[in-house]
Design a binder for this molecule. Structure first.
Ligand code: SF4
Length: 109
């Protein structure tokens, strides 16, 4: 892999800073929307993620059992009562508390 010369790198870093600033200036709701994992994300598709567990087709997802959702999955890191939160599978993204994927694991306790 080749490294970019310094000027390009500086440009890239200032671009990142501008992007970060733009994200900070957006409303919390807009930022929550930005963070939300899309069902079309390749990683999401890889585990058959649906933002609404009620939309999971049991015929195509034999692992799915009614009642399973991100909010009661051991990989979910969201706060109780919040509509979305982090997931151990998707770094930097958030999943819907009502979502589901085929990596669902019962939360202990
Ligand atoms: S691993 Fe768990 S919390 Fe993450 S998307 Fe799948 S069901 Fe939801």
């Amino acid at each position: 892999m080749t490294h970019h010369p310094t000027p390009n790198r500086r440009l890239a870093l200032s671009g990142l800073a501008a992007t970060g600033l733009a994200l900070l200036l957006r409303s919390p709701a807009a930022r929550a929307q930005d963070a939300l994992l899309s069902e079309d994300d390749p990683g999401a598709k890889g585990v058959a993620y649906r933002a609404d567990a009620a939309q999971v087709d049991p015929a195509r997802n034999p692992l799915f059992k009614p009642g399973q959702q991100c909010a009661n999955c051991s990989l979910y890191a969201g706060e109780p009562g919040q509509p979305q939160g982090g997931c151990g599978l998707f770094y930097g993204k958030e999943v819907s508390a009502r979502g589901w994927c085929n990596a669902w694991e019962r939360r202990p306790g």
